[in-house]
Design a protein around this ligand. Structure first.
Ligand SMILES: Nc1ncnc2c1ncn2[C@@H]1O[C@H](COP(=O)(O)OP(=O)(O)OP(=O)(O)O)[C@@H](O)[C@H]1O
Ligand SMILES: [Mg+2]
Length: 194
């Protein structure tokens, strides 16, 4: 019989936490996660302005082999990046990239009709916590924290891509079974180290 996973029962924890030293480390981790994502999956990104949410989404798109440069959806709330038949995962899912920063309620999210694209896409929502959980019983929740408990220092020059981020990744719901979560723990840690 399989035991339910929790932080305390000695099984593989549902969440992992680690430090990402650079923008590249953040991108590598997202790329590693993309390898396990499939159509229907939901990813929720949380973190202050400039934390690295779009950086992660871009690398997810890369790993999924979708078309088009992933950029901040500043003027549109959501953008579809179709799977590229000549990309790294032909026949794989599309990427739907949503920026929920300006949305205030789950009802406003429903106006985007994300459920129509979800079945054939990986749906990634920046600022989605508290707004999009109703779309799927399962999800990956990713938090990026910038200041690591110190005061956030303005960066410049070559240091601007190498500010540490604290990453927390949680696997929520029945989609994420024990074996896959364990596998992802290893992959993500390796990717973070480079
Ligand atoms: N360890 C790191 N991980 C990710 N980005 C980093 C890191 N160190 C520095 N950066 C820089 O931080 C910025 C992250 O920008 P990004 O657009 O990805 O953030 P965001 O969370 O999407 O912001 P917004 O809330 O405005 O959408 C980039 O300029 C990137 O080079
Ligand atoms: Mg962004």
């Amino acid at each position: 019989m399989t035991q339910p996973l929790s932080e305390t029962d000695g099984a593989i924890p549902r969440s992992l936490e680690l430090i990402l030293d650079s923008r590249e480390a953040t991108a590598r981790v997202a790329h590693a996660l993309a390898g396990n994502l499939r159509a229907g999956d939901l990813v929720i990104l949380t973190g202050e302005l400039g934390a690295g949410k779009t950086t992660m989404t871009r690398a997810l798109g890369d790993g999924l082999g979708v078309r088009g440069g992933v950029i901040s959806p500043t003027f549109v709330l959501s953008r579809i990046h179709p799977n590229d038949p000549d990309g790294s995962r032909p026949g794989g899912p599309d990427l739907v990239h949503v920026d929920a920063y300006r949305l205030n309620s789950p009802e406003e999210v429903d106006d985007l009709d994300l459920e129509y694209s979800m079945d054939r896409s990986v749906t990634v929502v920046e600022w989605g916590a508290g707004l999009v959980e109703h779309l799927h019983e399962s999800r990956v929740e990713i938090d990026l924290e910038r200041s690591l408990g110190q005061e956030a220092v303005p960066v410049s020059g070559e240091e601007e891509d190498t500010e540490p981020r604290r990453l927390t990744m949680r696997f929520v719901g029945p989609r994420w079974g024990e074996r896959e979560v364990a596998d992802l723990h290893g992959k993500v840690r390796n990717a973070a180290m480079g």
